[in-house]
Design a protein around this ligand. Structure first.
Ligand code: ARG
Length: 673
């Protein structure tokens, strides 16, 4: 049961009886109390309501309380100050709830009364480009949202929209044909493709930067001249003029510095190629590499036999590498429909948008001009090529046809936010036009469908810049996972060896624990940060045994399990016992209430798609509360009878909620660490 929801329902009843309009919305004002002294929940709605009803807030609060049917839930309801309503739960209520909770496999989490069909678009790496840490964030966040929404009773479809059709294939095709190392290709095809991708990409970037350099240098000279001029001018003695002068000077100085840094960076990139005889000669050999690569992509898309055959040859080993990572992460998808799957739909999409007058030709390209958007949404280039945008429109069309979802969530990093704004606006226009024309199309339902870009920030290295290895590559995900597990193995082994009665784990067990700890740490670090913020990647931090980490939560779980083992508790019997727990100590009551708030935490997670609200709940609320309880209330030492029974129930329930909570984050627990 969700207590908060229950209280809101009761408030809505009271408000309705008082003749208040829109009682459900007003009932949203009921929240968890900000401070313990206010009780468990509070409702600060009398003040805003007073403005509507034009009566004093305290009077309104009194009236609500008089009409509030919560005698079965609350021990005390009081009106405080100018009209705050504070609610304190009755101990009998907590006890009764605990009795049902302790043997409930859903741990009190109700199935939603309004199941929705939700497509989640996550992970979506680009095949044949090395998968990097940016993709882990999408994978981990998406997987968690998938698990939570499903557990709440929604119909969820996990769709891995892999990039298997983009320009990177032009690079790989070109690289394969002209730069392949036959031996490496035989031994490790996927690594060879990734190498070819990097190589071709580096050469293309080289040519682009070469072209940019003169322009940038010109800008620098100009800025330097301006600065010089200003410095030569006599400085105004004082007053606003002097201030303005100094400000201007500072701005120019900053500009010169910035440009200098840019020029230097450019030159370094160029030098990397020019100082390497092999790279330099390749760069010379293909000055128009970018065009050549585009041609390869275009040929692939146009159905060229050789390129198609090669593409089909590249795909299986690439997908196998991805699968290996997903297996290790414990992530599954319902469908994997990559960009190539939508290829045949693209001409039709552009055609339809042109016909409906949503898209227009502009300088040879086909564009959608959106209100309040400076840049148009280009859906076909002047050379006839389709884009990422076109595929995404076709994907929406397909998803509406196949699942008619109530929501589509795109778990993609924040740099793509403009793309999604434009995509959603275009798709909505499209659906709207179809509806206006009275056409029967699955797309028209889109007008009621939620489209959300679940955006997230960047993973940073210790230097505060996007996480990369020393070589400057984005870190390969596989080596990252392996390193995490090795780090975990050291921690687990040290910890095991330091045990008072000697080590308890076999090498095999240590490995298994290390896998759960290492992978769990990476996931938890990701999920525990607010998704839109950047964070610094650090193995030490993410496996700290004292902070808000998976490792800490896994220890907490294992510790409770070991208490139950030491006490030789028959956990099944404990759960099935019809005896009502007896909550005497305030810390027992506090823990019971915290356990009962698990459903509230999950509801909060899906409101704005924020898994960090679940990690916050597990760490800050549950683990903290349990520690306080366990330090004060002896469990195994408690005398046989209701006290010991209640405390064992609280221990077992805490372990169950931690386990379920971590499972919803995609993290495993171990019985012993
Ligand atoms: N493959 C893209 C990338 O790595 C992400 C795709 C996200 N999903 C989508 N429907 N656009 O940047």
């Amino acid at each position: 049961m969700n207590i908060l929801q229950l209280l809101r329902e009761r408030f809505a009843q009271a408000l309705q009886n008082l003749g208040v309009e829109d009682p459900q919305r007003w009932a949203e004002h009921v929240v968890v109390a900000r401070e313990e002294r206010f009780g468990h929940y509070q409702a600060n709605l009398a003040m805003p309501l007073a403005r509507v009803l034009k009566r004093p807030p305290r009077q309104i609060a009194q009236q609500i309380v008089e009409h509030l049917p919560v005698q079965d839930i609350c021990h005390q309801v009081e009106v405080a100050g100018p009209g705050f309503i504070n609610l304190r739960l009755a101990v009998e209520f907590l006890q009764r709830q605990l009795l049902t909770l302790k043997n409930d496999p859903r741990l009190g989490v109700p199935q939603t009364a309004h199941p929705r069909t939700i497509v989640i678009d996550y992970s979506a790496p680009n095949v044949a480009k090395p998968m990097h840490v940016g993709h882990i964030r999408s994978t981990v966040l998406g997987d968690c949202l998938y698990r939570v929404l499903k557990f709440l009773g929604h119909r969820v479809i996990g769709d891995n929209h892999i990039g298997d059709w983009g320009t990177q294939f032009g690079m790989i095709l070109f690289g394969y044909k002209h730069l392949r190392d036959p031996q490496r290709w035989e031994q490790a095809p996927v690594e060879e493709l990734a190498r070819l991708y990097r190589l071709v990409n580096q050469l293309i970037t080289y040519h682009q930067k070469r072209q940019q350099l003169p322009q940038l240098e010109k800008q620098l000279v100009l800025a330097q001249e301006q600065l010089q001029q200003l410095q030569n001018q006599p400085e105004p003695a004082s007053g606003p003029e002097a201030k303005k002068h100094r400000r201007h000077l500072r701005r120019l100085q900053a500009q010169v510095q910035e440009l200098q840094a840019q020029v230097q960076q450019l030159q370094e990139t160029l030098a990397q190629v020019e100082n390497d005889p092999q790279l330099a000669s390749l760069a010379q050999r293909w000055p128009n590499l970018e065009q050549l690569v585009l041609q390869e992509t275009a040929k692939l898309h146009a159905g060229d036999e050789e390129n198609r055959r090669l593409w089909e040859q590249f795909m299986p080993p690439c997908l196998e590498v991805l699968q290996r990572i997903y297996r290790r992460l414990g992530v599954q998808f319902d469908v994997t429909l990559g960009e190539s799957f939508y290829h045949d739909r693209l001409p039709g999409v552009v055609q339809e948008l042109l016909e409906l007058g949503i898209a227009q030709e502009s300088q040879g390209a086909v564009c959608v001009f959106l209100p309040d958007q400076q840049a148009p949404f280009v859906i076909r280039k002047s050379d006839g090529a389709f884009l990422y945008s076109t595929t995404d429109l076709a994907t929406i069309q397909y998803r509406m046809e196949r699942w008619a979802p109530d929501a589509i969530l795109y778990v993609v990093d924040h740099r793509q936010s403009l793309h999604f704004q434009q995509l959603f606006a275009t798709a909505r226009l499209w659906a709207k036009r179809l509806q206006q024309l009275g056409r029967r199309s699955p797309l028209t339902k889109l007008l009621q469908t939620e489209l959300t870009h679940v955006s997230f920030g960047t993973i940073l290295g210790p230097d505060g810049k996007p996480f990369r290895t020393r070589a400057g590559d984005t870190v390969g995900l596989e080596s990252l996972l392996e390193e995490a597990v090795e780090h975990a193995l050291r921690i687990v082994s040290q910890n095991d060896e330091a045990k008072p009665h000697g080590p308890e784990l076999s090498p095999e067990q240590r490995r298994r624990v290390a896998e759960a700890v290492g992978i769990g740490a990476i996931k938890y670090a990701d999920l525990s940060h607010h998704r839109t913020s950047d964070y610094v990647f650090s193995y030490e931090k993410m496996m700290s045994t004292t902070g808000n980490t998976a490792t800490y939560m896994q220890y907490a779980y294992a510790r409770i399990r070991s208490i139950l083992r030491r006490g030789q508790v028959d956990v099944q019997a404990l759960r099935e016992s019809p005896q009502e727990p007896m909550l005497e100590h305030p810390l027992e009551q506090q823990l019971a209430w915290t356990l009962l708030r698990f459903p509230e935490a999950l509801e909060e997670v899906v409101q704005d798609y924020r898994p960090n609200l679940l990690t916050n709940y597990l760490f800050e609320d549950l683990a903290t509360c349990f520690t306080a309880f366990y330090e004060t209330c002896p469990v195994l030492q408690a005398p046989e009878g209701p006290t010991r029974y209640t405390r064992l129930v609280l221990c077992d329930l805490t372990a169950q909620v931690i386990r379920k909570g971590l499972e919803l984050l995609g993290i495993e627990v171990v019985e012993q660490m």
